[in-house]
Design a protein around this ligand. Structure first.
Ligand code: GLN
Length: 232
């Protein structure tokens, strides 16, 4: 592994309640695929860091304003974001899907959203997708700062659906969160680690080098297995 100069210490921003990528375990510790991957890469590359779990939109702002050196938050590598961020190599395939309450039999397609409200999260691809089809299907959008508030909005019955990343939806459903999917996945961009455009090139290089190493060593697969293949 390439050895960076000693003493590299970074502030990394992330989302909250975005299981299985970042979430608090029963003891309140921040865990998840992103957190374990970052830890493994930092160890491989010999850098230290602290994580600020501030929410997705707040993480975007922390990075662009220079309050954080980078972010790992199940962040999709989109062309629009490449104007303001530099991304690592992709580390996980994702995209958006609609989720409704398991008990809801009246929403089986986007057509059934007419006149209803759907819940989305600030700054996300799920929100962008919902906005792109809302006029066609005649629904309105309501915005939340984090995924758990977005799901709660549907539990209360104020909104009928969420648009969320499908690995996150699938994980929640497997954990028994009371939701289901009724429409197809919308394949999207893969997740990447991000820094502000033109900034922190060394951190980005370390992330990429470490990612390649933890993939080669099998650690990457172990991390995924821990969260995705464990019996619920
Ligand atoms: N992958 C989505 C995006 O980049 C959502 C990320 C998130 O909510 N943490 O917009």
């Amino acid at each position: 592994a390439q050895q960076p100069a000693p003493g590299n210490d970074y502030t990394i921003a992330t989302d909250i309640t975005f299981a299985p990528f970042e979430f608090q375990d029963e003891s309140g510790k921040l865990v998840g695929i992103d957190m374990d991957l970052l830890a493994a890469i930092a160890e491989d590359q010999g850098f230290t860091y602290r994580v600020n779990a501030v929410g997705f939109d707040a993480a975007l702002q922390a990075v662009t304003s220079g309050q954080a050196n980078g972010m790992i938050a199940g962040m999709s590598i989109t062309d629009a974001r490449k104007a303001t961020f530099d991304f690592s190599d992709p580390y996980f395939e994702s995209g958006v899907q609609m989720g409704v309450l398991e008990s809801n039999d009246s929403i089986t397609s986007y057509e059934d959203l007419r006149g209803k409200s759907v819940a989305v999260k600030n700054g996300t691809e799920g929100a962008t997708y919902a906005e792109s089809i809302k006029d066609q299907y005649g629904f309105t959008t309501k915005y939340f700062a984090d995924s758990s508030s977005m799901f709660d909005e549907v539990r209360t019955g104020n909104s009928v659906a969420v648009f969320e990343d499908y690995p996150v939806l699938a994980y929640g459903i497997k954990q028994g969160n009371g939701f289901k999917t009724v429409t197809d996945k919308v394949p999207g961009a893969s997740y990447g680690f991000a820094v502000a455009k033109g900034q922190n090139a060394q951190l980005l290089q370390e992330f990429n080098a470490g990612l390649a190493n933890v993939k080669a060593s099998g650690q990457y697969d172990e991390i995924l297995d821990t969260y995705l293949n464990a019996d619920a």
